[in-house]
Design a protein around this ligand. Structure first.
Ligand code: GLN
Length: 305
């Protein structure tokens, strides 16, 4: 087949795939169609550079398109998700990293003082935040904690590719402070910073997109309690206990949870100052809590002991 024929075939395939995905309700049909064409063509670069297509291109494109029509997330179909400078491995049953979470790394750089030698990633999921820390902060070490076995295994892989030998993953439940698997977390203190994208969706705010509702594990979405902040409170509580003075917690939350997240941190105590950072669309999305020199509020320590 000539290069010109290849281009005609690609143009037709792109327009047909875009239309099919659009009819299936996929929110970004042409971007996704391009990605599926690239995967079917085994082409990492721009499609316009292709002079030839593999023999099974059409069959492969049909297979991938049918999956996306059923609203399987693009990242699961491709087996990878971009995050900051990395291409992370993703897997069915593990929360897919989101672009908005990328901002946590900028906030970490902006708000931390002194060295970032030891960083924790709590509720690590695929290990996206921890892997980005290893990749972007030379010499740092990351200890990640994740409750789910499949996610913990994936986080191990992603951390190892981003910073060979510098990351560790504990499979443990942060809500069970008596768990012996948390001994290593306690032993890591005092740490320089903590990044976290915990589950935080309140029970009534059920996500609408099939990609989220049917593919992300619900344990990674819903934060527990009437306000969705049960797991985030456990994260804040651990941060108050494990951060060194001047160390900072950067934690993602839902856009309605800014004041509640600051209140939770104020109640646990030990942080100064406490603030909220917006995402790129101007919505409150991150708690920034610097560990001060002071004590925790009386009684709050029992949360993590
Ligand atoms: N951001 C998630 C969502 O978009 C919610 C849970 C989380 O990130 N921790 O569905």
């Amino acid at each position: 087949m000539s290069a010109a024929d290849t281009r005609t075939r690609l143009r037709t395939a792109l327009s047909e795939t875009t239309q099919r995905l659009g009819r299936a309700g996929v929110p970004s049909p042409s971007v996704d169609a391009r990605a599926l064409l690239g995967a079917a063509a085994r082409c990492e670069g721009p499609l316009v550079m292709l002079d030839d297509l593999p023999d099974d291109f059409s069959a492969e494109l049909e297979r991938l398109t049918a999956r996306r029509e059923l609203r399987e997330p693009l990242q699961l179909i491709l087996g990878r998700a971009p995050f900051r400078r990395l291409m992370l491995a993703v897997r069915p049953g593990v929360f897919i990293p989101r672009p908005e979470t990328e901002l946590a790394i900028d906030l970490l750089r902006e708000h931390s003082e002194g060295p970032l030698a030891t960083v924790l990633d709590l509720c690590a999921g695929s290990g996206a935040l921890g892997a980005a820390v290893l990749d972007e902060i030379p010499g740092s070490r990351v200890l990640a904690v994740e409750i789910d076995a499949a996610a913990a295994a994936l986080a191990r892989e992603n951390l190892e590719s981003a910073g060979p030998g510098r990351g560790r993953v504990l499979q443990a439940d942060l809500g069970d402070s008596t768990s012996s698997s948390l001994a290593e977390l306690i032993a890591a203190a005092p740490v320089d910073a903590i990044v976290s994208n915990p589950p935080y969706i309140p029970p009534e705010a059920v996500p609408r997109d099939a990609e989220v509702l049917e593919h992300d594990p619900h344990r990674a979405l819903f934060g527990g309690g009437s306000d969705g902040l049960e797991v985030p409170r456990a994260v804040i509580s651990w941060a108050s206990r494990l951060l060194r003075p001047g160390g900072v917690l950067i934690m993602e939350h839902a856009d309605v949870q800014g004041p509640a997240a600051r209140d939770a941190a104020a109640q646990i105590g030990g942080f100064d100052p406490l603030s909220t950072a917006p995402d790129l669309t101007g919505r409150d999305r991150f708690l920034i809590a610097r560990r001060g020199d002071g004590d925790l509020n009386p009684g709050s320590e029992r949360l993590t002991q």
